[in-house]
Design a protein around this ligand. Structure first.
Ligand SMILES: [Zn+2]
Ligand SMILES: [Zn+2]
Length: 376
């Protein structure tokens, strides 16, 4: 099932403020919370959907990735903007964030302590068929989180250190009692780490990481195809609190070509030919990725006939010889006939009268029709 647009899920405008997002999410979460709708599959789905949407849109870098690349930019399968708790499986973390107001806390997402590996990022790189076949080098700009320099990624102001979380007393868990809620939750103040930053760094406000756009040069090897991934090790998001950096996956998407369709290492193209070339035979110019080549069409060529040009396909990125180019001819019926042309064809038609040897297909077909009606 195709994923719904996250803004649509939350029922908010694309440019909505953080507060509006939170309000919309809270309303949906209240309405569809499993405690309130036991054994209601539909509510459960809606609840998960809202969680996922909020998880992404409430995080500035994920939201930016989503705005730019859609679901692909934050697809958990690709690890893009992923990380623990993504997809609503571990909603307590998100909940903690939303309901932190109840505790007067609101340390923000940066309160998490402990080294965590940074998220992997996904970048979809669109290429023309020619670029994919020959290889290329492209510069891409990726929004990412990098370690904050002044605090060296710790989030704490120079000279200060994180303190024990006063909300949970360092346990990292709290029991929530709010209306119909009565659940053990990850501490919203320290996000389960048991420690908070009392004196946050001025540059990153305690997050330890700051958003930055960086330009990367990506070397695309020849022969890549849609879905191929190039891993740029260590070019993902910086890890939290000095954790290792994630990776960046550049995912290839090859644009449709005006002439060629590609299937693995083989290329396909359709070549329109005239009725006379098909009947009399001809030598045609056909396009390949390396320019034009001659293709000999024998006389009596039927429409749909495929000619194989060996080695004119694609050399696959994983090695092996180049594939072939298949040229499928399509016989074209002439239009806008002049008087003389019409006469010639009339004459030609008359010459066929009573002689079935020139139409092998039509003969077989008429025989079939006769048999069919005879059987009735
Ligand atoms: Zn705590
Ligand atoms: Zn900092």
């Amino acid at each position: 099932m195709a994923k719904r647009d996250y803004y649509e899920v939350l029922g908010v405008e694309r440019g909505s403020s953080e507060a509006d997002l939170k309000k919309a999410y809270r309303r949906l979460a209240m309405k569809h919370h499993p405690d309130r709708n036991p054994d209601d599959k539909d509510s459960e789905e809606k609840f998960k959907e809202a969680n996922e949407a909020y998880e992404v849109l409430s995080d500035a870098s994920k939201r930016a990735a989503y705005d730019q690349y859609g679901h692909a930019g934050v697809d958990p399968q690709m690890g893009g903007g992923g990380g623990p708790g993504f997809g609503g499986q571990n909603f307590s973390d998100i909940f903690g964030d939303v309901f932190s107001d109840f505790f007067g806390g609101g340390q923000g997402r940066g309160g998490r302590g402990g080294a965590q590996r940074g998220s992997d990022l996904r970048y979809t790189l669109e290429l023309d068929l020619e670029e994919a076949v020959r290889g290329t080098t492209v510069n891409i700009r990726v929004p990412t989180l990098v370690n904050c320099k002044p605090c060296d990624g710790s989030g704490a102001k120079k000279g200060s250190a994180p303190i024990t979380c006063p909300t949970c007393g360092g346990i990292g868990q709290v029991r929530m009692q709010q209306g119909f809620f009565s659940v053990q939750q990850t501490c919203p103040r320290c996000h389960g780490q048991g420690k908070i930053i009392s004196d946050p760094c001025d540059s990153c406000h305690g997050a330890g990481r700051v958003e930055e756009s960086k330009t990367l040069s990506v070397k695309v090897p020849p022969g890549v195809d849609t879905g191929d991934r190039i891993r740029l090790s260590g070019e993902g998001e910086a890890g939290a609190q000095g954790g290792p950096t994630g990776d960046l996956y550049v995912v290839i998407s090859v644009r449709e070509h005006a002439i060629f369709q590609r299937d693995g290492k083989h290329l396909f193209c359709e070549v329109p030919i005239s009725i006379t070339d098909a009947a009399l035979g001809a030598e045609l110019d056909v396009p390949t990725l390396d320019g034009r080549v001659k293709l000999k069409i024998p006389e009596g060529t039927q429409t749909g006939k495929q000619f194989r040009l060996r080695g004119k396909g694609v050399a696959p990125v994983r090695g092996g010889g180049a594939g072939d180019l298949m040229c499928r001819v399509a016989v074209e019926t002439p239009v806008n006939l002049g008087r003389r042309q019409r006469e010639l064809l009339e004459e030609f038609r008359a010459s066929l009268e009573g002689d079935t040897s020139h139409s092998p297909k039509a003969n077989g077909w008429f025989e079939g029709v006769k048999r069919f009606f005879g059987d009735l």
